[in-house]
Design a binder for this molecule. Structure first.
Ligand SMILES: Cc1cc2nc3c(=O)[nH]c(=O)nc-3n(C[C@H](O)[C@H](O)[C@H](O)COP(=O)(O)OP(=O)(O)OC[C@H]3O[C@@H](n4cnc5c(N)ncnc54)[C@H](O)[C@@H]3O)c2cc1C
Length: 414
């Protein structure tokens, strides 16, 4: 039986980054997933490495807004009533964390993580020869109304406190940045410190390849078959059983499938999201992701075309896809950018793994020696994978962590 220092479960951006960070510290690592690396949530996102994600993602709470969603008038959200009913305790907790203190706590924790995020990406991407996917062109948020722009007052406030650069734009500035936007009368904010990639799945796969090239194991296996073995952990894989002195659980939206079996009750919910690639009118393009903030979708330039990613859908993780937001967002997107036809049939669907305080869980699993947790990165897992992987590798190897992990402690939910 192959024995390694750490078995990392889950080969999304969080798991591959965690595995690489452990390997960089000299540990022998096996990365186990039931699929090939980077084929789930980390494949389908908008590829933004955010520097302005200080605030909880907005969720419309008032009845008028919910009615508008139900009537299909707003593309930013969709919900299944039965899922909303089941998620009521989670939604109430999310609302509680929207208090002044909750927002302040989140802003400081996210700023600490995001300050390191792009740098950590760069270190791993350079070693994985994946820098070709990275763009340092920032991200731009478009506001169709003055009220929408004014609603960003808290975001701009925190940016000033943390010294994060941003530029307020009028429609002429927007057109200077992105000449193919129809932005007349719009306002905007340019976040130059955000970065983006042209293929998030390819980046995740490149990270996994880099792990294998340096002696790490990539294995196919079902995390639900994890067992205790001789004071460590073992799991069956396509390459035979593997034993690890420790396990790092990085299973994103599937994390609770395994942790429930160990008696944990972390309040993880999923917010589903979709993407579809579109062609643009000949000659038109974007140099950076464009967030149509009031409409709740993103246009991200990717290798396969312009990737339109949708906002949130509250529905059961494993229920059949209901990609109604894609068509709604497409109609809105055509008002500001010359998209033409889909570049592929059908939309992709993924699930953001979300905690009510909008922070991941990271640290030792209480009561289970050698079990480490790194999951629940919500809307920012592509951004945060490399930095939370760094912190977890510090904790596992007993090095003082690069950032204080206290706000991310699993104990906050137990
Ligand atoms: C539409 C959309 C847009 C987004 N845009 C952005 C963005 O621009 N920037 C950003 O930072 N974040 C974004 N996100 C969020 C981000 O994609 C996620 O937070 C992130 O991908 C989560 O990574 P992960 O590694 O935790 O999960 P995943 O990438 O889902 O990885 C989990 C892995 O676990 C594996 N697995 C599951 N069950 C088992 C099992 N039983 N046994 C073995 N393996 C198993 C899966 O196969 C998978 O590979 C977006 C999300 C969506 C849906």
């Amino acid at each position: 039986m192959r024995t390694v220092d750490v078995i990392v479960l889950g080969a999304g951006m969080v798991g591959t980054s965690t595995a690489l960070q452990l390997q960089r510290r000299g540990l022998d690592v096996a990365l186990v997933d039931r699929r090939q690396p980077g084929e789930e949530t980390s494949h389908g996102n908008a590829g933004i490495i955010e520097r302005n994600g200080f605030l909880p993602p907005g969720f419309p709470g008032d009845a008028k807004f919910l009615l508008n969603i139900a009537l299909g008038r707003w593309p930013g959200a969709n919900y299944s009533l039965s899922a909303v009913m089941r998620l009521l305790p989670w939604l109430m907790a999310f609302r509680r964390h929207g208090s002044r203190t909750g927002v302040q706590r989140l802003a400081h924790a996210m700023n600490a993580l995001e300050a390191y995020a792009a740098g950590e990406h760069r270190v791993l991407a350079e070693a994985a020869e994946a820098l070709k996917y990275y763009r340092r062109t920032g991200a731009v948020h478009v506001y169709r109304t003055e009220a929408g722009f004014e609603a960003t007052v808290a975001e701009r406030h925190y940016a000033r406190i943390f010294g994060v650069d941003y530029h307020e734009l009028d429609d002429l500035d927007l057109n200077e940045l992105e000449p193919y936007l129809t932005a007349e009368g719009c306002r905007g904010i340019f976040w130059p410190e955000s970065e983006s990639v042209s293929n998030p799945g390819a980046v995740t796969k490149a990270f996994a390849r880099s792990l294998a090239e340096k002696g790490g194991e990539i294995m196919i296996g079902d995390a639900r078959r994890l067992t205790r073995s001789h004071g460590g952990w073992a799991i069956a894989t396509d390459k035979g059983p593997v034993r690890g002195r420790a396990v790092a659980l990085c299973l994103g939206p599937w994390s609770m499938d395994i942790l429930k079996g160990f008696g944990y009750r972390f309040p993880l919910a999923v917010k589903r999201g979709y993407h579809q690639h579109y062609k643009a009118r000949a000659g038109a393009g974007l140099s950076r992701p464009v967030v149509d903030a009031e409409m709740g979708y993103v246009l991200a330039p990717m290798e396969k075309g312009i990737r339109l990613t949708t906002g949130i859908e509250l529905a059961e993780r494993d229920a059949a896809p209901t990609p109604v937001q894609v068509e709604r967002a497409f109609r809105k997107a055509r008002e500001i950018f010359p998209l033409t036809v889909p570049a592929e049939p059908g939309a992709w669907m993924g699930s953001r793994p979300c905690f009510p305080d909008s922070l991941p869980v990271l640290g030792a699993a209480p009561g289970e020696s050698g079990l480490w947790l790194n999951f629940g990165h919500g809307h920012c897992g592509f951004t945060l994978g490399p930095v939370t992987g760094h912190i977890l590798a510090d904790l596992i190897t007993g090095v003082p962590p690069v950032i204080d992990p206290a706000p991310l402690s699993p104990l906050r939910f137990l």
